[in-house]
Ligand binder design. Structure first.
Ligand code: KDG
Length: 352
């Protein structure tokens, strides 16, 4: 009899604990998990969104637009905290924080994402996109959209492509007008093996490095140069530590608006639709601002004293030829289906 009473008491205790511990429909995730790190005392859900670029960059202006839309559409049920300039860490650190559920949003270039999903290195193929218009069409296409789905296997949700833009070379040693001018230059690249090997094929001496360390490395001469779109070069004040800029336009970098899958799964269906739609809408705003910035800031760089060198079509073709073996070398790492699919999409977009 005593054992029976003990069993009954324990069962009653277990029932009471479960009833008190369960969240409401809002705070419970899709699979019944309760929210933990991303909730404020008032019960609102909190999105901690961090980027590597500074608050002047269109990437941050786009993030503020995302915040505006989400807080309005959810009547404040979701709050967005925005952080810039690597305040929450570098791209790899912030992406890992999303996987752990200790941060909810970051927006890196596709290059560092390749360390999590190798297929994203397809966008690091030099000279892949001939124009922003072709890039827009390809990124809206099935192959690029399918790559976003692959992020979910890594506890990440890719909500939208934003734009970093065409990358151009700067350095503090010499003007770069020909492929020979790359010889021996210590160039910082993003942490991506294809980028690294492509700059070796051009004759440079590349070093992979997180964006958060770049300005100091240029200032101290640890590296001679780097490559980024004009908006980044100007707004991050690289002209203070770089003398020469060339329109190599060697890679078009997309950004990907990443969300923690743990957080996303904890949202209601309606909230999931709101954050997805907001990321796309804010992305259109960011791309518009980004294109305006990249179109105007080369002039500002020259006004700040940088010497500009135009790369001729003939010299650019030599660079294209030099990196072809690298593309073949990485095709199996990226996935032949992805490479062939994106290349086909580029040709179709060019023909439209
Ligand atoms: O916020 C994005 C930046 O951290 C980074 O991705 C920018 O293109 C970039 C680079 O060179 O690292």
């Amino acid at each position: 009899m005593k054992k029976l009473m003990t069993l009954f008491a324990l069962s009653l205790l277990a029932f009471v604990l479960v009833a008190c511990g369960g969240g409401d429909s809002e705070s419970e995730g899709q699979n019944g998990e309760n929210e933990s790190a991303s909730e404020s005392e008032g019960g609102e859900k909190v999105i901690r969104a961090g980027i590597g670029l500074n608050s002047e960059h269109p990437q941050y202006k786009g993030l503020l637009k995302f915040k505006e839309i989400v807080e309005k559409e959810t009547d404040g049920a979701i709050k967005v905290e925005t952080y810039h300039s690597g305040q929450l860490g570098d791209d790899r650190t912030m992406t890992e924080a999303l996987q752990l559920g200790t941060q909810e949003v970051t927006i890196p270039s596709t290059a560092p994402i390749a360390n999590f999903v190798p297929e994203f290195s397809v966008f690091d193929i030099p000279f892949l996109f001939p124009s922003e218009e072709v890039a827009d069409k390809v990124l809206a296409g099935d192959v690029a959209q399918g790559l976003l789905k692959k992020l979910e296997e890594k506890d990440l949700v890719g909500l939208a492509y934003w734009e970093n833009g065409f990358r151009d070379l700067t350095n503090s040693v010499r003007p770069v007008k020909t492929i020979e001018d790359f010889e021996g230059l210590k160039i910082r690249t993003m942490e991506n093996d294809l980028h690294l090997e492509a700059f070796k094929a051009l004759g440079a001496n590349p070093t992979p490095m997180a964006f958060t360390e770049l300005f100091t490395a240029l200032q101290q001469g640890t590296v001679d140069g780097q490559e980024n779109p004009y908006a980044t070069i100007y707004l991050e004040k690289f002209y203070e530590v770089q003398d020469y800029v060339s329109n190599t336009h060697h890679v078009y970098s997309p950004f990907v608006f990443l969300m923690s899958k743990q957080f996303y799964d904890g949202l209601s269906k309606e909230q999931q639709e709101i954050v997805r739609s907001a990321a796309k809408e804010a992305g259109k705003h960011q791309i518009k601002l980004n294109r305006e910035a990249n179109a105007k800031y080369l002039k500002n760089l020259q006004e700040e004293g940088m010497e500009y060198s135009e790369i001729s079509d003939e010299e650019r073709q030599k660079m294209v030829d030099a990196v072809q073996p690298v593309i073949e070398e990485f095709k199996s790492d990226i996935g032949a289906e992805t490479v062939d699919g994106i290349m086909k999409a580029v040709e179709e977009a060019k023909a439209e």
